[in-house]
Ligand binder design. Structure first.
Ligand code: UGA
Length: 436
């Protein structure tokens, strides 16, 4: 199959490289010439484990090429995927679809043969209808099918998620050609027995939002249980295990923490709320999830101040991890942003170390001193706070850290340090969802 991928952001670049690795002929298109030049010379625009090798080997094999020219990119393509950004629109939280529609127009104008246009970007229900309307209006002469194929990959595990998905969802309006093209594109996955689920286009669009909103709800539920555990003297990790062993609930996405962040859950939950309101069917449970999660991030700042005895003025707080989760340099909606703000508002000085996120984080938090590793961060600090559970923080020498600190206060917002080990190092430990 000849595939064109419009947009070399997270989803576009990973999907394009993986499709090429399946043996398809892939052209990735991006307007940003600097970005294309960087990728071609082996520098990835994002940090994602394994991506540079995957792009490099497929480019070397001639299956993966890059261009800034949409018209050249779409020539002869069986399917053109739209994988451009759909950020929250400033002011009202609706998904901003201007990039999707602009891409659709350019693709359609450049087409010289029937083709399938696939939206991979996360787009609200009805976006496929509008893309189809654009296609009919601009090129009534061509048979252009519009398909929805939402992406479920996670940052930091994107290549594995793409190649071994739990399912692939494809929404069509019933066109046999579209179904045949999509089946052919995903045929290599049948080896992994990944279910290829065909459904209506609007349904596929909604599945993406429903999945992310459900996962965000699961996290927010366990976070509220964590607060309750702290109040009543229970252990949230055991509550999570105790409910997660029930197959109907499942054990995943039940890790209590500082609240979800990233480029997807915050934006997608908000967009689903807006869609519900627009159709007069409010999704109240998700409205609440959005509010609870927003408040939680700043509340983590207050939790740290409390661990310091209630007064953070003139104290130094060392943060380990800034990105919204490990194995990424993505700082979008990271809990660390609200935590830093709350600590600075309380008069604390903040130092921080993150393995990949400091370059992106530094301009977002100009008052924070970025340092070279966890031990340097702890030096002279009054509190050490684990914000993001990078592997490198799991095997730290707690005794060495404690010995260099002004006050031995450890706040573990991801519950990775065993209480006994922290106590042995002399730390006063605060965790999420338990009193010890
Ligand atoms: C999420 C979904 O997991 C993907 O399926 C989806 O494709 C993607 O959004 C998307 O829409 O593009 P991602 O944002 O990369 O993926 O990261 P997750 O691993 O889902 O984590 C999201 C946030 O939830 C992080 O801040 C993480 O720390 C938090 N989280 C996750 C918890 O606090 N507890 C958990 O148990 C799990």
């Amino acid at each position: 199959m000849k595939i064109t991928m419009i947009g070399t952001g997270y989803v576009g670049l990973v999907s394009g490289a993986c499709f090429a690795d399946f043996g398809h002929d892939v052209v990735c298109v991006d307007k940003d010439a600097g970005k294309i030049a960087a990728i071609e010379s082996g520098r990835m625009p994002i940090y994602e484990p394994g991506l540079d090798q995957l792009v490099g080997s497929n480019a070397a094999a001639g299956r993966l090429t890059f261009t800034t020219d949409v018209a050249a990119g779409v020539k002869g393509a069986d399917a053109i995927f739209i994988a451009v950004g759909t950020p929250s629109r400033r002011g009202d939280g609706h998904a901003d679809l201007s990039y999707v529609y602009a891409a659709a127009r350019e693709i359609v104008e450049a087409l010289d043969a029937p083709a399938v246009i696939v939206t991979k970007s996360t787009v609200p229900v009805g976006t496929g209808d509008e893309v189809e309307r654009i296609a009919r209006e601009l090129r009534p002469d061509l048979d252009i099918q519009v398909v929805s194929n939402p992406e479920f990959l996670r940052e930091g595990a994107a290549i594995g998620d793409f190649k071994r998905p739990d399912r692939v969802v494809v929404g069509t309006t019933g066109s046999e050609r579209a179904i045949a093209v999509m089946s052919q594109i995903y045929r290599p996955l049948s080896l992994n027995q990944a279910p290829l689920m065909f459904t209506g286009r609007r349904t596929a669009e909604l599945i993406k939002y429903a999945a992310n909103a459900f996962l965000a709800t699961k996290i927010t539920f366990i976070n509220e249980m964590a607060d309750l555990c702290e109040a009543v003297g229970a252990q949230v990790q055991d509550v999570a295990r105790g409910i997660g062993l029930d197959n109907r609930i499942g054990s995943k996405f039940l890790h209590a923490g500082p609240g979800y962040g990233g480029s997807c859950f915050p934006k997608d939950t908000l967009a689903l709320v807006k869609t519900g309101q627009d159709y007069d069917t409010p999704v109240r449970i998700v409205e609440t999830v959005v509010q609870v999660n927003d408040l939680r991030k700043r509340a983590m700042g207050r939790k740290i101040v409390k661990a310091l005895g209630g007064d953070a003025r003139g104290r130094t707080v060392a943060l380990l991890g800034l990105t919204f989760k490990p194995n990424t340099d993505d700082m979008r909606d990271a809990p660390s942003i609200a935590i830093v703000q709350a600590l600075e508002d309380a008069g604390a000085k903040v130092v921080a170390y993150d393995p990949e996120g400091m370059a992106v984080a530094a301009p977002m938090m100009p008052g924070v001193t970025m340092v070279g590793d966890a031990y340097e961060a702890a030096q002279g600090a009054d509190a050490l706070v684990l914000v993001t559970e990078w592997d490198i923080f799991r095997a730290l020498d707690l005794k060495r850290l404690a010995a260099s600190m002004a006050q031995k206060v450890l706040v573990d917002l991801r519950n990775i340090y065993p209480a006994a080990e922290a106590a042995e190092a002399g730390f006063a430990l605060t965790r999420v969802g338990s009193q010890v």
